[in-house]
Design a protein around this ligand. Structure first.
Ligand SMILES: [Cu+2]
Length: 176
């Protein structure tokens, strides 16, 4: 075996390993869907949705950012009148995320609440749900997103609507 052949075999093995890892990670997400609180069903983008955005649990990222879950008006701290009128209010911070197309970007969600579950649903422009994942209490949850189309996508925590929402703006690559 020439060293070039060995190298390419090695590359194929790495690619297979990465594919296997992605399957295992996807399996973890799907496994979570079989025991959701209520009837929540979690999933990453399917092949059709992956034409808009590819999402993996791990991988090399060229950009990273953190999104926290911010309490705005909650039962523990009030104000009581506000909660009486609006219910508990949370927000993603930041609510506007700007990324470059084709640049793998790791977004880590910090659920800061000890006793409140959040989730993350990413919506296509036709409002179909591209992915839906859980953000458990007091947990950092990371995904590597690679967006394949320029434009604006909405995201939501389905449990705290309408306030807990945001948008992702996908810009053309920084280095064409
Ligand atoms: Cu929430």
């Amino acid at each position: 075996m020439t060293s070039a052949t060995m190298r390419s075999t090695h590359t194929i093995k790495n690619a297979l390993g990465a594919a296997l890892l992605m399957l295992v990670c996807a399996g973890v997400v799907f496994a979570a869907s079989s025991m959701p609180p209520g009837d929540r069903h979690f999933y990453l983008p399917d092949p059709a949705a992956s034409k808009i955005v590819t999402v993996t649990r791990e991988g090399n990222a060229e950009a990273e950012l953190t999104v926290v879950t911010q309490p705005v008006a909650i039962k523990e701290t009030g104000p009581r009148e506000t909660i009486g009128k609006f219910g508990e209010v949370y927000a993603f911070s930041p609510q506007t995320i700007i990324v470059h197309r084709d640049e793998p970007t790791m977004i880590t969600f910090w659920n800061l609440q000890p006793d409140d579950d959040h989730d993350f649903a990413l919506l296509a422009s036709d409002l179909s749900v591209l992915m839906y994942v859980d953000l458990p209490p007091l947990t950092k949850t990371s995904y590597v997103f690679t967006f394949h189309k320029d434009g604006l996508l909405d995201f939501k925590c389905m449990q705290h609507q309408p306030a807990m929402s945001g948008q992702i703006l996908v810009l053309p690559p920084a280095r064409p």
